[in-house]
Ligand binder design. Structure first.
Ligand code: ATP
Length: 238
C-alpha cells in the first residue's frame, strides 16, 4: 500500500562487529515534517542517520524512501534520491572557499544552479559576505551554516541534520534553528538529531527518543515536552 511516509525505518538493527548499536527501531518521517531524534551520548542517533544515508547497512530490517527500499544503496548514490546529510562535526572542505564548498554540494548535477546558490546566500547572508574565504578559517557557526548550505545545493527532499548545535553558543544555535525552520517552510523535510531537546522540540512536529539503541518514547513535540520522564532525563529538570 502506498503511504504518505517520505521515510520509514522498519525493524532496523545495526551492528558494529558484534555490538548491536541499533536494536530494531521503527521510525517514520512524513513529507513536510520536521522530526527530532533525541537521546543522550551513545544512544545511537548518529548511527541511525548514517544508516539512512547509506554510510552503514542495517543487518536486519528495512529503510524505505517513498515506500521503496534504499538500504544497501551507497551514500553518494542516495544524494540522487534526494537525501542530503549534514554530518556530525560539519566536515567542510577546509582548504576550499565557501563558494567552492557549495559547488561541491551540487556534484550530482551537470552544472551548478546559480539560483540555488543565491537561495543559500539569501538564507545565510554570512556566507554571501564570506564567499571567497577559505572554509577552514570560518567560525564554528559559519562552518555549520556552510555544511547545511552545501547539502542544500544537492536539492534534497529530505535533509538529515546531525547535531547542528554542537559546540555553538546559544544565540548561534537559535539562528541556525530559525534557518532550519525556514528551509522546512520552503519545502524540505527534515530529520534533526539533537541532544538539545528543548530547542529541537520547539522546532519539530514530532520527536523520537533513543536510549541505548531503542526507541524509548515518541510522539508530538508538545506531548514530549510535557512528559515528566522527558523533562527529568533531557530537559534538565526534576
Ligand atoms: P553522540 O551524541 O555521543 O554522538 P549518538 O547517539 O550519536 O551519540 P552513536 O554515535 O550512534 O550515538 O553511537 C551508538 C553506539 O555505537 C555507542 O555505543 C558507540 O560507542 C557505538 N559506536 C559508534 N560508532 C562506532 C564504531 N565505528 N565502532 C564501534 N562502535 C561504535
Amino acid at each position: 500500500a502506498v503511504t504518505d511516509n517520505l521515510l520509514e525505518l522498519k525493524g532496523v538493527r545495526v551492528f558494529y562487529g558484534a555490538i548491536e548499536a541499533i536494536k530494531g527501531i521503527d521510525l517514520t518521517v512524513r513529507k513536510g515534517e520536521i522530526v527530532a531524534l533525541l537521546g543522550g551520548n551513545g544512544a545511537g542517533k548518529t548511527t541511525t542517520l548514517r544508516t539512512i544515508s547509506g554510510m552503514l547497512r542495517p543487518r536486519h530490517g528495512e529503510v524505505l524512501l517513498h515506500d521503496e527500499r534504499i538500504d544497501g544503496i551507497k551514500s553518494h548514490e542516495l544524494v540522487r534520491f534526494g537525501v542530503g546529510h549534514v554530518p556530525e562535526g560539519r566536515r567542510v572542505f577546509a582548504r576550499m572557499t565557501v563558494r567552492e564548498n557549495l559547488e561541491m554540494g551540487a556534484y550530482r548535477f551537470k552544472s551548478v544552479d546559480s539560483a540555488e546558490m543565491d537561495r543559500v546566500f539569501t538564507l545565510f547572508p554570512r556566507l554571501a559576505e564570506r564567499r571567497s574565504q577559505l572554509a577552514g578559517t570560518l567560525s564554528g557557526g559559519e562552518q555549520q551554516m556552510l555544511a547545511i548550505g552545501r547539502a542544500l545545493m544537492g536539492k534534497p527532499e529530505l535533509l538529515l541534520l546531525d547535531e547542528p548545535s554542537m559546540g555553538l553558543a546559544p544565540l548561534i544555535v537559535q539562528q541556525i534553528f530559525d534557518i532550519v525552520e525556514e528551509i522546512n517552510k520552503q519545502g524540505t523535510t527534515v530529520l534533526l538529531v539533537e541532544q538539545n531537546a528543548t530547542q529541537a522540540l520547539a522546532l519539530a512536529n514530532r520527536g523520537y527518543v533513543l536510549e541505548t539503541g531503542e526507541i524509548a518514547m515518541s510522539g508530538p513535540s508538545a506531548d514530549l515536552l510535557a512528559d515528566s520522564r522527558i523533562r527529568e532525563a533531557y530537559l534538565g529538570e526534576g
